[in-house]
Design a protein around this ligand. Structure first.
Ligand SMILES: [Zn+2]
Length: 256
């Protein structure tokens, strides 16, 4: 038996219920047909033009992305804008799209949880909707942790605050979540790894002795892709679907 788009949507809905997504979000089946067969599935952070081409070359019928298409409602479908071109290309190639975004951010398959696992944090716990906390094996200077995070995420990380501050508990909120630094501090963390740090938050946090690590939106969320692909593969294997799930290998902003 092979899977359908609907089956994959249902599995994602069990993992990360769609109703938990933010009201502004656009999750679930977005493009294609729910009854279409999905024997090959490509998991990606973003459904970019390159990801669509990757799906076509793999012979995939379904893309599962973290960030949705049509996040902003459309009034036309013209190929003269980038998203319109992607949507038309998907239709031409009979590709479907299912997205799991802010609903996935609240689960153990979020970018935050993936980063915490890759950093080998201990006692990883979900503290608020989007904030995960974990302990380091031993306290480490912020400058040293910055190097470690950069190496683990394979992405340049920027440290805001006292480089000599000792970090024993690290909060992680992947993507755009620098506003959660005060919650992270109140929960006992000495630092927060997030994906986008605005100046006012960097300033306020450092003045209060808290450290912010900016690992980039892509850097802090791309790690979820292989974990989610593996999860979908296992879940579909469990129900004896003959499916291959691929994590996307595309560079985030086009060719490297
Ligand atoms: Zn994001």
């Amino acid at each position: 038996m092979s899977a359908t788009v609907k089956m994959v949507e249902d599995i994602l809905n069990e993992l990360a219920p769609m109703e938990t997504a933010e009201s502004y979000d656009n999750v679930g089946a977005i493009v294609g047909r729910r009854d279409a067969e999905a024997a090959r599935i490509l998991v990606a952070l973003d459904c970019t033009w390159d990801v669509v081409q990757e799906a076509v070359s793999l012979g995939a019928e379904l893309i599962v992305s973290h960030h949705p298409l049509m996040f902003h409602p459309r009034k036309n479908l013209l190929e003269e804008d980038a998203e319109g071109r992607i949507l038309c290309e998907m239709a031409r190639n009979h590709l479907s799209l299912v997205a799991a975004h802010t609903n996935l951010d609240q689960t153990e398959y979020s970018g935050s949880a993936a980063c915490a696992k890759l950093l080998n944090l201990k006692n990883i716990r979900k503290e608020t909707n989007y904030l995960f906390l974990g302990d380091l094996e031993a306290p480490v200077k912020a400058v040293e942790l910055e190097k470690k995070i950069s190496a683990v995420l394979a992405f340049p990380v920027r440290c805001y605050g006292d480089g000599n501050a000792m970090i024993s508990a690290l909060a992680v909120a992947g993507g755009a979540d620098d506003g959660d630094w005060m919650a992270a501090k109140a929960l006992g963390a000495q630092a927060l790894l997030t994906g986008e740090v605005r100046h006012h938050n960097a300033l306020a946090a450092s003045m209060s002795g808290f450290v912010l690590f900016d690992g980039g939106h892509y850097g802090t969320e791309a790690p979820l892709v292989p974990f989610l692909a593996e999860y979908l593969q296992n879940r579909l294997n469990d129900v004896q679907c003959n499916v291959r799930v691929f994590p996307s290998q595309c560079a985030p902003f086009g060719s490297v």
